[in-house]
Design a protein around this ligand. Structure first.
Ligand SMILES: Cc1ncc(COP(=O)(O)O)c(C=O)c1O
Length: 447
């Protein structure tokens, strides 16, 4: 290769053009890129060394903070010991160890763990298990799936079908058939500026009865909801809502699936939101926090009865025709075992619970700032609705995110004109104050 060609190749590999960024306005990003080169604990560092406070735990995943030494060491050691082994018909020891550890964190008899590589795969896995569960029990007519408006269940065809976000659905054809949706639980008039679970809205679970009356329970396989809807702006469940959903599912033999991809591993002050709310789903989806975001991983925890329903027929025959090449990948398992140790040893779930009132107080200081329509909090998560600019929905939110990064050295998440703030669970009390002061300044600037 001539030196001129080498230089051209080097230039090419640094070209911003080639990478089609996910869920990002590519042209705006490439005009003013937000680049992150390394991270440690609560901070990112830009290529030129600027420290940026992480107000979003990566993308709701780095619950133990970034680049924690034990997780880094575990990944390094695992890579040297076993990079990969076949996921079908074979298994490596750490996958069993991790499954036991995850099951031990889950309530009741949620004790069988199926691994995959993302939240989207976890959702599609849970939906497939639900359909197959009814099928193997001789109730194959139960094929309908019920999601909820404003739900985010990832981006697989199953997930966008049960999900309730119009832009994630409208470009992608007819999606799964036989899907219906519960109404969203958010109502600003009734719930604005609530800390924790709102009083109003439990009755919205009764909409499931209406759906059952319309379609007949005999056609419905499962209902899937996030206990707290994260991606559409931190919508905690109304008090009593999840209990009612559980009761209606029980009455009609419908499986209840919790999508705990965000709420799992401490975000709401418990290992799982199921524990916080005292409601046990039949299937529970997790991802993100399982290994503090260090290696892609997701999974579904099934109740024992669901698993047992499959354990029939000849022993040499596969019971569930589903799985991924990288299910329980050794690096992901090693990282997860180290992350679970950190969560346990540093009492990070209890810490989140202890910090919740302080976090809520700090978030509520934004009330009354120009354009703030609502602030919601639960666990270590806050959603802030900003008034959209006339004729330009999403513009104020986007500018807030840009300003936060460039002017305030802070990462926040946006969904339209809604900000989400959910830092790693190691966040200090001083950093909580710092985060909301920065957000407050940004809100004033974009007003
Ligand atoms: C509740 C929920 N489910 C599923 C997903 C999809 O996860 P992933 O992006 O890992 O596929 C997300 C991602 O944010 C989520 O918040």
């Amino acid at each position: 290769m001539t030196s001129a060609t080498a230089a051209a190749v080097a230039r090419q590999t640094n070209d911003l053009d080639a990478f089609w960024l996910p869920f990002t306005p590519n042209r705006a990003f490439k005009r003013a890129p937000r680049l992150i080169a390394r991270a440690k604990n609560m901070h990112y560092f830009t290529p030129d060394g600027r420290a940026v406070l992480d107000g979003l735990a990566g993308l709701w995943c780095s619950n133990a903070g970034h680049n924690r030494d034990p997780i880094v060491a575990a990944i390094r050691e695992q890579a040297a010991e076993l990079d990969y082994s076949a996921a079908f018909h074979f298994a490596h020891p750490k996958s069993f160890e991790l499954a036991s550890r995850v099951a031990a964190l889950a309530p009741a008899d949620l004790n069988r763990v199926f691994f995959c590589n993302s939240g989207s795969e976890a959702v599609d896995t849970a939906l497939k298990i639900a359909l197959a569960y009814h099928n193997v029990r001789g109730e194959g007519a139960r094929t309908r799936l019920i999601g909820r408006e404003r739900g985010y269940q990832g981006v697989g065809f199953g997930g966008i079908s049960v999900g309730g976000i119009v832009n994630n659905r409208k470009f992608f054809g007819s999606l799964l058939t036989g899907v219906d949706h519960l109404p969203a639980t958010y109502n600003r008039e009734q719930q604005a500026f609530t800390k924790g679970e709102p009083q109003w809205g439990a009755h919205l679970a009764d909409e499931l009865e209406r759906i059952v009356t319309l379609h007949s329970a005999s056609t419905i396989a499962a209902v899937i909801v996030e206990p707290m809807a994260g991606s559409t702006g931190v919508l905690p469940p109304p008090k009593g809502y999840l209990e009612r959903l559980r009761a209606i599912c029980d009455k009609h033999g419908i499986l209840l699936i919790f999508d705990e991809v965000i709420t799992g591993f401490g975000r709401l002050g418990h290992a799982f939101a199921a524990e916080r709310y005292g409601v046990t789903p039949d299937l529970l989806c997790f991802a993100k926090g399982v290994n503090s975001g260090a290696v892609p991983m997701g999974g579904v925890i099934a109740r024992e009865g669901v698993y047992n329903a499959f354990m029939h027929g000849p022993e040499h025959a596969i019971e569930l025709f589903h799985g991924y090449t990288y299910s329980a990948h050794p690096l992901a398992c090693a990282a997860a075992l180290a992350a679970l140790d950190l969560y346990r040893d540093e009492h990070l779930f209890a810490r989140a619970k202890r910090l919740e009132p302080l976090y809520a107080e700090a978030a509520m200081t934004l009330k009354g700032l120009p354009g703030v329509l609502d602030v919601r909090t639960v666990g270590i998560a806050a959603g802030v609705d900003l008034a959209p600019r006339p004729g330009a929905p999403g513009e104020r939110g986007y500018e807030a995110m840009e300003r936060a990064f460039h002017d305030e050295d802070l990462v926040v998440r946006i969904s339209g004109d809604t900000l989400a703030i959910a830092p790693p669970l190691i966040v200090s009390e001083a950093e909580i104050g710092e985060i909301f002061e920065k957000v407050g300044r940004v809100i004033r600037v974009v007003a």
